[in-house]
Design a protein around this ligand. Structure first.
Ligand code: PLP
Length: 385
């Protein structure tokens, strides 16, 4: 089907931060498969873990206990606000599960009228019918109306608008700690803390979408950990599997108890292969110093990118982000900068608000940052000329 505008480039192999195209050309991967391959390509730990699991068991279903799933859930609980986890196969499914849990929780609490969720302009939560309805991208909705009812968007970062949008039908607030697809727009820690206070005041659930920000992308295991606010539930996916499709919904026990046997499910969700990949990702990310190093590399990359941007004010207006989740807000059409970078063999990815996203693997080295910034400088010089 023609639902992707694909670039005429195919890869046959990846190693660390590099991808090798079928014509033999080498590319520095600052797209990471859209913030997925955070340990780079062919990480030996992931290769070994998955290779061993492939020999033993791929799938048996959630009809039975899955020890790898129990282990992953325990580790995620240990390292987050959550008490319990549900696993699925993608980010959209994780957010969808969360939307359902918000409704079910209030229904179980005797307040079935509370089904609406406050969302934010510039957000993105996926492409299922409910998640595109939660999102506020008109192009994603076009032709799919009527959308799912129950989402009330307000301006990102504006607590007054949030408070004004709360009604007796409000169930929850859904927010990305850093808007990814919307153009790498970090929420202030105080904004997330303010949302927590609004939720506490009105009995709402705070629902974080950490599909893109999760697993070290911002320099902490989860993006919300830059603030003192904790959510009631949180969707994760992308980097969790290191490239193997997996999503998850984490929640406090008090909320999650509304998911009773039969109330939600997934055939593939949390199968042994996916869980083995995710456990291997955590083995690496939870090792001493890994996340601190990612945060340091992020600081280095943003500083270097700002220096390049300052040289080319006709091309890049602003560099923003958190950790290794960096946006170049362009003056020129962002696709031009992205294409120019690719001509210099650096892969990046577009986002909203005329932004080019730099989301390299967290294992990135200084020399690779230097290489990418040399390419960015050259690409900007071309465009400026
Ligand atoms: N939520 C956020 C914040 C995302 O960035 C994405 C994907 O980009 C999704 C949800 C949807 O995830 P998936 O494409 O795995 O369904």
């Amino acid at each position: 089907m023609q639902n992707y505008a694909r670039i005429d480039l195919a890869f046959e192999r990846g190693a660390g931060a590099y991808l090798y195209a079928t014509d033999g050309a080498r590319y520095l991967d600052f797209a990471s498969g859209v913030a997925v391959t955070s340990l780079g390509h062919s990480h030996p730990r992931l290769v070994a873990a998955l290779t061993a699991q492939v020999q033993k068991l791929w799938h048996a279903s959630n009809l039975y206990r899955i020890p790898e799933q129990e282990r992953l859930a325990e580790r995620l609980v240990e390292h987050s606000f959550a008490d319990t986890a549900f696993f699925c196969n993608s980010g959209a499914e994780a957010v969808e599960a969360g939307i359902k849990l918000c409704r079910k929780y209030h229904d179980d609490s005797g307040r079935p009228e509370r089904y609406r969720i406050i969302t934010f302009e510039g957000n993105f939560h996926g492409r299922t019918l409910a998640t595109l309805s939660a999102g506020n991208n008109a192009a994603h909705r076009k032709g799919y109306e009527p959308i799912v009812d129950g989402f009330d968007p307000v301006a990102f970062g504006n607590l007054n608008e949030v408070r004004a949008a709360v009604t007796g039908e409000t169930a929850a607030i859904l927010v990305e700690p850093v808007q990814g697809e919307g153009g790498i727009r970090p929420a202030d820690p105080e904004f997330l803390e303010g949302l927590r206070a609004v939720c506490d005041e009105f009995g709402l659930l705070l629902f974080f979408d950490e599909v893109q920000t999760g697993f070290g992308r911002t320099g902490k295991l989860f993006g919300y950990q830059w603030s003192s606010a904790t959510p009631d539930l949180m969707a994760v996916a992308k980097a969790l599997g290191g490239g193997f499709p997996v999503g998850g919904l984490l929640a406090k026990a008090e909320i999650a108890k509304s998911f009773t046997p039969g109330s939600h499910g997934s055939t593939f969700g949390g199968n042994p292969l996916a869980m083995t990949a995710a456990n291997a990702v955590l083995d690496v990310m939870l090792a001493d110093g890994f996340l601190d190093r990612a945060a340091r590399m992020g600081a280095r990359l943003i500083e270097r990118a700002r220096a390049v941007a300052a040289k080319h004010p006709k091309v890049i207006a602003e560099v923003r982000g958190r950790g290794l989740m960096i946006g170049l807000k362009c003056v020129v059409p962002c696709a031009q900068l992205n294409d120019a970078l690719r001509r210099h063999h650096v892969l990046a990815v577009l986002a909203g608000d005329n932004v080019v996203r730099l989301v390299p693997p967290l294992i990135i080295e200084n020399a690779e940052i230097d290489e990418a910034m040399t390419a960015l400088d050259a690409a900007c010089a071309e465009l400026a000329a």
